[in-house]
Design a protein around this ligand. Sequence first.
Ligand SMILES: [Ca+2]
Length: 246
Amino acid sequence: MAETTGGLGVCYWEGTWISVNKGSTAANKAAWEEYGCGWASSYAGEYDPDDAGKWYGGCAVDNQAFFDKKGNVLPSIETFNAKKETPAPETSESSQQSSAEEKPEWIENGSFENGVAPWVTEVLTDGETLDTSDDSTQAAKTGSKSLNLWDEKVIHFKLKQTIAHIPAGEYTFSFDLMGASNRDHTVTPYVGTSKGQSVTATGWNSWVNHSFTLTLEQDADNLEVGFDCDFKVADTWIYLDNISLK
Ligand SMILES: [Ca+2]
């Protein structure tokens, strides 16, 4: 907007309509009516019988990207803060630093304070299942929980989540890792086809922050981000926390 002649700003309309996504129109209608998450409920028919009274419920433009279908806020909410702070072109070190700090977070639930989802595991070792991939209060680098990954056997798996859409640009992927120091294993972070260095945990509660930078040459849809975890000996365990892509 700052570069548009006469541009005053943007208007954002009804960001709190949530799709609910119960699996069928009938189920969605019941949820909209019970929780009031559509554009209007049947009660609006009292003062607006012709429009809201007939067409209450959800809307073709609900779930406009600030909240997921369960009402959890998404990283996109940072957009307006980021834009509001965009300064006039200036190259001082302090202004570069402050704009870097305000970059939006693209990882959802990177601190495992809200369970494990949307993180999922994909086991690459035939016939194996991962014994433990749970959020844990045993240890945390940020907040009060982290993710514990453990298996009684040798196992190779991925921990990942998918970013629906992310613009081209330069990003830093970072995370904190701790875990068994006496078990041969590697943890390799990746963002799409970009891989960071393979690292190894260094002991109980010995949290180490790792990061790598990457460039997305083009906007990406359904970008997979996560870790390739290769537990080369039995009974290997790690904890991950504070995962970030900015
Ligand atoms: Ca945490």
